[in-house]
Write a protein that binds this ligand. Sequence first.
Ligand SMILES: NC(=O)c1ccc[n+]([C@@H]2O[C@H](COP(=O)([O-])OP(=O)(O)OC[C@H]3O[C@@H](n4cnc5c(N)ncnc54)[C@H](O)[C@@H]3O)[C@@H](O)[C@H]2O)c1
Length: 398
Amino acid sequence: MTAVTSPGAGRIEWVRTSCRLLASIAAEYEQARPFAGLRIGTGIHLEPKTVALLLTLKAGGAEVISTGNLNSTQPATVAHLREAGVTVIGEPTRDPEVHRADIDGVLDTKPHLLLDNGGDLFVRFLEHPYPGLLGGTEETTSGRKRLEPLRDAIARPVLVINDSPIKQFAENEHAVGQSVLESFIRFTNRVTNGRHVVVFGYGACGRGVAMNFRNAHARVSVVEIDPVVRLRALFDGFAVPDRDEALADADIVVTVTGARDVITARDLPALADGVILANAGHFPTEIDVDGIAGDPRVLKRVEATDGIATFQLITGRSIHLLGGGHMVNLSGPRPLGNSIESMDLGFSLQARCLEAVARGRVGADSCVVPVPRAIDEQVAAAYVAIARRRAAASPVGA
Ligand SMILES: NC(=O)c1ccc[n+]([C@@H]2O[C@H](COP(=O)([O-])OP(=O)(O)OC[C@H]3O[C@@H](n4cnc5c(N)ncnc54)[C@H](O)[C@@H]3O)[C@@H](O)[C@H]2O)c1
């Protein structure tokens, strides 16, 4: 085996050895080679956990061509992947035009399978189709919403990882909540105790965010547009005020809805002095940062080097924004993202779903549909088996 020496290799190695499920799949793939002769194009966050996934696909015989998402690409990860033989197109960027060109760069290689994260690859493929695309996967809710209306045009199997119950509870609920809380503390080094946190959106991600801030002794309110989901938040013990009432009394606001313009310049008069805004939704459009920055009531915007921007208002009040409104758990100083184990599970679903498409086990009728139940069961059983082996190896009291 070649020793990989790029910067950040220690962290990448730590993550790789923690992805026990992917390691077992990679070992199997080295023999079975399900992707032999196939090119897989990926447009997913390039951070250390992705390395384990992309190298698992490579172990299965795939040629992997990847690019990152907006504002989450980590240079050490890119260097490591390139050294390990994965083609990485582009560099870290916040510029949507540059990102679009990188997506085109992936598609120019005419991949047989696409691993998408937000729908960019499939949407662009439809604008410039080529023969030979078998299908692929989409990681997120936001991507599923974009691709659903395009089913007739895509007409190939596309399995949506986010709709797996495993992804819903292990990553979206437990891991996003933990990492958003961790990121708030990482950015601000402020207490959460006694602070009023307002969470916009109470899907799986919002539930985890609300629960984790509550566990960190914050007072948490939920603003949710769906009355049934809002009722659920109430039953889970959260206050559910209307949005203006919630904002007026908020110390911290987290958006995690998948919608755009959730917080805009319209809200400036309602926001309390010193409020901290953060977004955990996929797109950096949940908080209309440009609209806020350009509003005449904003005197100036001060960028701190550690990812905190402060908008000073003509009224003398200040509003802080974390990570420029990009996903707070994947931006700012030393972003770690969601827990390794949750990603190990989600990425194992990715590998098994791409394998199912490559082997023709799912057809065009499975276009933008959840992960097949058999794959959920296979991945869940494998994770529990590894956890049991670990428990048996170190029995309590031994
Ligand atoms: N940060 C991360 O690591 C991470 C991980 C996974 C998913 N995500 C993203 O988080 C977002 C939410 O994901 P989810 O799975 O919870 O989605 P979801 O669709 O299950 O839940 C979103 C909720 O937000 C509500 N909502 C929509 N617009 C709203 C508004 N203007 N005000 C208040 N509530 C509103 C909806 O009614 C819904 O209940 C998506 O963009 C997803 O891609 C982020």
